[in-house]
Write a protein that binds this ligand. Sequence first.
Ligand SMILES: NC(=O)c1ccc[n+]([C@@H]2O[C@H](COP(=O)([O-])OP(=O)(O)OC[C@H]3O[C@@H](n4cnc5c(N)ncnc54)[C@H](O)[C@@H]3O)[C@@H](O)[C@H]2O)c1
Ligand SMILES: O=C(O)C(=O)C[C@@H](O)[C@H](O)[C@H](O)COP(=O)(O)O
Ligand SMILES: [Zn+2]
Length: 363
Amino acid sequence: MIEVNVELKDRRYPIRIGSDILTQPQHYAPLKSGDNVMIVSNPNVAKHYLATVSETLRQLGCRVESVLIPDGEQYKTLESLNLIFTALLQANYGRDTTIIALGGGVVGDVAGFAAASYQRGVRLLQIPTTLLSQVDSSVGGKTGVNHALGKNMIGAFYQPCAVIIDSTTLETLPKREVFAGLAEVIKYGAILDIAFFEWLERHISDLVRLDTNKLQSCIQRCCELKAEVVARDETEQGDRALLNLGHTFGHAIETHLGYGNWLHGEAVAVGMLMAAAQSHLLGDLSQEAVARLEKLLAQANLPTVSPDGMTADDYLPLMMRDKKVLRGKLRLVLLKQLGQAYVAKDSDPQLVQQAIHIYSQFD
Ligand SMILES: NC(=O)c1ccc[n+]([C@@H]2O[C@H](COP(=O)([O-])OP(=O)(O)OC[C@H]3O[C@@H](n4cnc5c(N)ncnc54)[C@H](O)[C@@H]3O)[C@@H](O)[C@H]2O)c1
Ligand SMILES: O=C(O)C(=O)C[C@@H](O)[C@H](O)[C@H](O)COP(=O)(O)O
Ligand SMILES: [Zn+2]
């Protein structure tokens, strides 16, 4: 078992990474005998892992209840949040509850927001079961739900007390979801760590075929990088925005197509290419670097062009609703070079359109 710590200003929490660790009660600390636990999951994840997690928590002496929200990005909603509140109230659970998010990023974000808001805040523990949630969404405390007009528009920063990553859960994950997770993995290399990017170039085929050792090293590196950024800037006042590379474009794709049609990681993959194209147009990123990013994403079986029929005119109004927009000005994460990102304060909309066009299927 490997442990990575997230060092916040006033406390720290562990990310425990290992295989077959969900059956071992000691990894669930700080949970202890007598605790009231509400496991939030969905039917798809529950059929594989709910019994194991519930049984281990009962061995520990916890009272265990569970609630399932429907599966899919289209259910990352206030209605799903309300299902969780109802289950908590029906169980007569109070402020001493721990909510456990057992699932991918959708379950993690909704359950996390429930923990942030139920009785003004109860303890949260994350058990991520997709590659994307293990390398990204379970760490750092962004929680929330979507609105029909924009992604993650309602939410809170709310940190978990621990994250338990069992990499063997990836064995049941559909391949398309593994590839979507690789988009966020590649993002870390592109924004923060050229050595990791080069490691990914060497080992992408091992990751695609779920090589256990390579996967664990990869998950560990991503968690270390995210933990460092979150420790510096927990609530995105500065540097944390770098984790948003490709997301302003990507969220526009997800919203335009209807949640769940393209996976988050797929939309971010194309969004990163658009950001890279813009960085090249600005004279920063070399064409060779853009091509390396495109090649790596393609090797991870990710899309590399905008969805069929979506035009630059479809992107811009949605991009203007991005949470990074300040006083009506777009703020985009761009690349100086591979491994070095920055926030561009006032992007020229015409240049943005040109970048979108480069990775689009229309002309
Ligand atoms: N909070 C953050 O910092 C953050 C970071 C990145 C992404 N996100 C959000 O995360 C969401 C995407 O998360 P995701 O990619 O995990 O998608 P997801 O939660 O929809 O899970 C993908 C699919 O895999 C299934 N699944 C999960 N674990 C499984 C397993 N082990 N075996 C079999 N099936 C399994 C799920 O039921 C679902 O059908 C988006 O809403 C995105 O906005 C949040
Ligand atoms: O943790 C962060 O910070 C991120 O930006 C990680 C992203 O991968 C993630 O998709 C996040 O939910 C996007 O946040 P948002 O603020 O753009 O909604
Ligand atoms: Zn993301």
